[in-house]
Structure formats: C-alpha cells, structure tokens
Design a protein around this ligand. Structure first.
Ligand SMILES: Nc1ncnc2c1ncn2[C@@H]1O[C@H](COP(=O)(O)OP(=O)(O)OP(=O)(O)O)[C@@H](O)[C@H]1O
Ligand code: SF4
Ligand SMILES: [Mg+2]
Length: 357
C-alpha cells in the first residue's frame, strides 16, 4: 500500500473522545418574541455527540432543527453559548491561531459547488487556496494538489488542473470542493448536505467517494442531511435531531431498521418501503420554532403516540407534557429521548445516560 492510501493509525487511547460535542447549546438573538421583548432561538439546545476515528455519523432531521448550527459549532465557526467542543480530549481554543490549526484537521465540505467555487479560478487555483492560506507557497504544492484531486477521484489529475468550474460536471465540481478539503490532509470532514444540489445520478458517486476516503485514509465524517436515504447509504451511526436536541441515536441498523422515537418513526414512515407498520405518518401541529420550545417533551404537540392515546395507555402521558426527557449521551450505545419508548422497551433501551440526567 502506498503512503498515499495508508489508513491513519487508530487514536492512541480508545477512551479519549476524538471529536465531541459536550452539552452544547447555541442560542441566537432572534428579533421580537410573541410576548414582547427580544426572542432567543435555541438552535442547539443541549447536545452530546461523539465522532470516533474513521466513523461516519449522520445528523438527520427536518429543516431548522439545528443541523447546520451544530456542524458549524463542531468546526469552531460558531461558539457555543454553553457547553464545549473537544478534539482529542482537549477543549477547542477560540484564539485565531489555534482555530487555524484546528481547521486544517477538521475541514468543512461545502454544498453547492457552483456557489463555493470561484468561477474565475482554475481547479488548481481553487484547490491550492487552502494550502497557501495555511502554509504559504510550498515547493511541493503541485504534487499535493494533484494528490488531492486524485484522492477525490479526478484522475488523471493533470487533466483537470487548468479547467474552470463551468467546464466541469456537477459531480466533478463537488469533487473539486472535496479535493480542496483533502489537500490539507484533514482527519475529519464535516459535510453539510453534501449531495443536496446534485442530480440523483451523481449522488451515489459522491457518497461512494466519501466511503472510500474513510476506508483508505481513515477519515471521520459528520454528515448533516435531511435525507434519511443518504444516512442509510453512508453512515455508521445516525443522530436524529428535533428542535435543537438529539432525540435518537444509534447505529444505522438500529435507528433506521427499528426506530424507537415517534419522530424518527414519522420521518421514516414517508419513505418508500420504510417498513413502519402504521403506514405514512403525517405530523400535525405547528412547525417547530426554536424561539418557543414546548415544555415537557419538545415533540409532544406533534406526537402521534401522545395524540392517539398510546402514551396514556402506557402511563406516560403526564410525563410527556411536563418532563423534558433527559439529554442523551453521545457515545456508541443506542439511546432514545422518549418516555413512551423507554417504558415500551421496559428499560431495555436506555433513555439517557445517568451521567447526564
Ligand atoms: N445566525 C442566526 N441567527 C438567528 N437564528 C439562526 C441563525 N442561524 C440559524 N438560526 C436559526 O436556528 C435554527 C436552526 O437552524 P439551522 O440552520 O442550524 O437548521 P438546519 O437543521 O441546518 O436546517 P436546514 O435543513 O434548513 O439546513 C433555525 O430556526 C434558524 O432559523
Ligand atoms: S416522550 Fe411522549 S410526547 Fe415525547 S415523543 Fe415520546 S411519546 Fe411522544
Ligand atoms: Mg442546514
């Protein structure tokens, strides 16, 4: 195996979290609240999430649930209002020099390559940019740009160097964006809706590329997406977000084959061949508003299990409307933040980590 494709050695201490969000909250000042005064949007409202070396974690949920805000916070682009982000066990430092060093190890992959690539720059100029920002002009920059293009599947790389974005297909442009991230030899990619702007035909190619990067380079990734099908195809673990919280967490098989949270079940039920017994579930109620997080379980105004009386029959309806399910820990075990699911599973499915009541 060439040095080019050698996987990274696993983190020295498996107990040390690699990339971690710990009790992260991000609140934005958001105009005037309905009752008067300034409102606060609790975009991320207490999230624990770990990404292990070589692991791909999908962050899924409806528009506005806080995926991008959490992704930006993990990148150090947004500063948490409370809680912290840790990398290799050390809290992120927001001093500009430290952030620069961090951002070469944890790279953003932008969606919409047409928007993120400068139409007047060649592929070479676009990919080399990050390298020059961090290292200035180096003698081996051509070699490094070619290696990044090659890793991103643009082969032979010399054929692409002098091209402009309008001379490339949508999939090739997305590969150039990925090469721009890879040129700095990062350890983690944070991708926000990485294939949302692409045709269905090239989505699969880009997803396969991300899996190859994980397998060949040992890269980790956090992929924010509203597309559960994408999560299914690419991720090892899935974190389902609702109104700023992770409400269900587990391996792809656990969460998507046997969803336990009524929100996850509703999201899955509208996919073809979802296997959800009750058929498509249309969520009623107001769309969630992070300026007005409901008391009790934040999903309760829209919860089909509460509305149908199932929660009442399970003896948890009072808790649904008055007790906020505990924040889930972010590690490898399956978790669900739902009183009914926890009761239903008779404790088989831990609803929360005792360390984070
Ligand atoms: N800079 C900001 N100022 C005020 N509110 C913000 C800001 N950024 C995000 N929000 C609000 O925070 C909430 C979460 O937004 P975010 O973009 O993280 O959601 P998302 O899950 O990525 O949605 P989408 O799927 O539409 O991309 C939304 O209600 C949004 O309006
Ligand atoms: S805790 Fe109650 S309201 Fe919330 S999702 Fe579970 S059943 Fe529904
Ligand atoms: Mg988003």
């Amino acid at each position: 195996m060439s040095a080019d494709t050698e996987p990274r050695p696993p983190s020295a201490d498996p107990e040390t979290p690699f990339l971690r969000a710990e009790s992260v909250e991000v609140a934005f000042s958001a105009g005037f609240a309905p009752g008067g005064g300034r409102g606060t949007a609790r975009a991320v409202d207490g999230v624990h999430l770990d990404v292990a070396p070589g692991e791909i974690v999908a962050l899924v949920g409806e528009s506005g649930c806080g995926k991008t805000t959490l992704a930006r916070t993990l990148l150090g682009l947004e500063r948490p209002t409370a809680g912290r982000v840790l990398f290799e066990g050390a809290p992120l430092s927001y001093r500009s020099r430290d952030l620069r060093a961090y951002r070469r190890r944890v790279q953003l992959v932008q969606q919409d390559p047409m928007g993120s690539l400068n139409p007047r720059r060649t592929v070479y100029e676009s990919v080399v940019e990050g390298l020059r920002v961090h290292e200035g002009t180096t003698v081996d920059e051509l070699e490094r740009v070619e290696r990044a293009l090659s890793r991103a599947g643009l082969r032979p790389p010399e054929r692409f160097l002098a091209r402009y974005p309008h001379e490339l297909s949508g999939g090739q442009r997305q590969r150039v964006v990925i090469a721009g991230a890879l040129v700095l030899d990062p350890e983690v990619l944070v991708a926000d809706e990485p294939v949302a702007s692409l045709d269905a035909s090239v989505r699969g190619e880009i997803l396969r590329l991300m899996l190859e990067l994980r397998d060949q380079l040992g890269l980790s990734a956090l992929v924010a997406t509203h597309d559960l099908g994408l999560a299914w195809n690419i991720a090892d673990r899935v974190a389902v977000m609702y109104l700023g919280r992770v409400v269900e967490l587990g391996t792809v098989e656990e969460v998507l084959s046997a969803p336990a949270h009524p929100y996850t079940r509703a999201l899955l039920s509208v996919l073809p061949d979802s296997g959800v017994e009750e058929g498509p579930v249309v969520l009623g109620g107001e769309p969630p508003d992070p300026k007005q997080v409901p008391p009790g379980c934040r999903f309760h105004p829209r919860c089909p299990v509460l509305a149908s009386g199932e929660a009442e029959r399970a003896g948890v309806a009072d808790r649904c409307v008055s007790v906020d399910p505990a924040v889930l820990s972010g590690g490898a075990e399956r978790r669900v933040a739902c009183h009914w699911a926890a009761a239903d599973e008779s404790g088989r499915l831990p609803s929360a980590d005792p360390a984070h009541p």
